[in-house]
Design a protein around this ligand. Structure first.
Ligand code: C2E
Ligand code: MG
Ligand code: MG
Length: 398
């Protein structure tokens, strides 16, 4: 695997404008020196224009190995620069894509890394993003989708699916995850993987997230009242919902309005978001925990987690990302990672759940590794309201 990293200095133009070009030039030289010191001998650091650098990492054993450089940029790069009598602290935003996974042509690799970097900037700078296919929905499609997404709530095109979660030891149902669906009038059902990123960029995620939380709480309260046992209801929360800072208020209001006991609600936040904004997120997450709501880190293993943060976060559960579960029992690496995550979570006193469990042999491997819980097609696909109610009522262990 090769990694192409696109790195752009944050607010370089401002520095250039306010301190003058000679300082800007020194800064670029110093940046080049620093970057060179973060990479291996065989890697390349290229300045491709203005304040944009590209780092090419060759022959990585695993894509994850690129995070070593990411880590150095985040921790080392922001150390003060001193020239003459100027002392500057600067940061950079990075986008990373991989050859051959993400693209095969050099130009496309660069473009993808640039797209990911652009997302990192939007995410608040001094951070990184791995390239994902969803980042390049074409402009036309985006505009169409975005304008129809604006009206999706009022036109009642959004609805929820529910996927059961199972305790691997006693096979009981311990929860259901809420998964959003959009039934577009002309396109049909659109995957959240496609429209959630759009909703995040356009700010629509606030309204949509609020709708999901409210609808999920109403549904769960209805099940409580009707004696349909489901454990906890797990709701995905997008980064920007935390960023805005009123998630606590919204959770509290929804619990009060619907009468759902807080202990019935779980929120899932992705690892990527939590780790990039741990300082900002931690206070809110603590307050949410204080309400009695539990928190899970979603897609665990795909971001780069700081173990010291992990210890501090008021987290209840780790969800092993489905990419590690998929290739059990064929891929030794993925099995080792799954085991390591289970051991890590357990030693921190957390519950560990595996997502994307499709086969019996995966379930057996995970159970033997002492993974606590599982979720996936093996037990049930995400189901609509009526179907999940039937599932919950008829279920008697597997
Ligand atoms: P996620 O939270 O990690 O959800 C798990 C995804 O894996 C779901 O895809 C689910 O349908 C799928 N899945 C479950 N079991 C299996 C399995 O055995 N095999 C395979 N191959 N896949 C399985 P879905 O529903 O398309 O959702 C994709 C992502 O969209 C979610 O990932 C989540 O990040 C996001 N999302 C979904 N609903 C919401 C929402 O209400 N709010 C926010 N912010 N994000 C949401
Ligand atoms: Mg989830
Ligand atoms: Mg996930």
């Amino acid at each position: 695997t090769y990694a192409v990293m696109f790195l752009d200095i944050d607010y370089f133009k401002m520095i250039n404008d306010s301190f003058g070009h000679s300082v800007g030039d020194r800064l670029l030289q110093e940046t080049a020196h620093r970057l060179l010191s973060y990479v291996r001998e065989d890697d390349s650091v290229i300045r491709i224009s203005g304040d944009e650098f590209v780092i090419l990492m060759e022959d990585l054993n695993r894509p994850e190995d690129a995070t070593v450089v990411v880590d150095k940029v985040i921790t080392e790069f922001q150390k003060e620069f001193s020239f003459k009598n100027h002392h500057l602290k600067i940061t950079a935003s990075m986008g990373i894509c991989f050859y051959p996974q993400d693209a095969s042509e050099p130009a496309e690799l660069l473009r993808n890394a640039d797209t990911a970097m652009y997302r990192a900037k939007k995410d608040g700078r001094n951070t990184y993003q791995f390239y994902k296919k969803e980042m390049t929905t074409n402009a036309f499609e985006r505009i169409l989708l975005e304008s129809s997404l604006r009206h999706a709530i009022e036109k009642e095109e959004l609805y929820l699916n529910y996927q059961p979660q199972i305790d691997l030891r006693n096979k009981k149902i311990i929860g259901v995850e809420v998964l959003l669906r959009w039934n577009h009038p002309s396109i049909g059902i659109i995957s959240p993987a496609k429209f959630i990123p759009l909703a995040e960029e356009s700010g629509l995620i606030t309204d949509i997230g609020e709708w999901v939380l409210n609808t999920a709480c109403i549904q769960a309260k209805d099940w409580v009242d009707r004696g349909i046992e489901f454990g906890r209801i797990a709701v995905n929360v997008a980064g920007p919902q935390i960023k805005r800072g009123d998630l606590v208020k919204s959770v509290k209001a929804n619990l009060e309005e619907t009468g759902l006991p807080a202990g019935r609600l779980e929120l899932e936040v992705t690892e990527g978001y939590i780790m990039q904004h741990a300082d900002r997120a931690i206070e809110q997450l603590n307050e949410i925990k204080g309400l009695g709501v539990t928190l899970a880190i979603d897609d665990f293993g795909t971001g780069y987690s700081s173990l010291s943060y992990l210890k501090e976060l008021p987290i209840h559960k780790l969800k092993i990302d489905q990419s590690f579960v998929q290739d059990i029992p064929n891929d030794q690496n993925d099995m080792a990672i799954s085991k390591a995550v289970i051991a890590l979570g357990t030693s921190l006193g957390l519950t560990v759940i595996a997502e994307g469990v499709e086969t019996q042999s995966q379930a057996i491997f995970l159970a033997e590794a002492d993974c606590h819980e599982a979720q996936g097609y093996l037990y049930s696909r995400p189901l609509d309201k009526d179907a999940v109610e039937r599932f919950l009522s008829d279920y008697n262990g597997m």
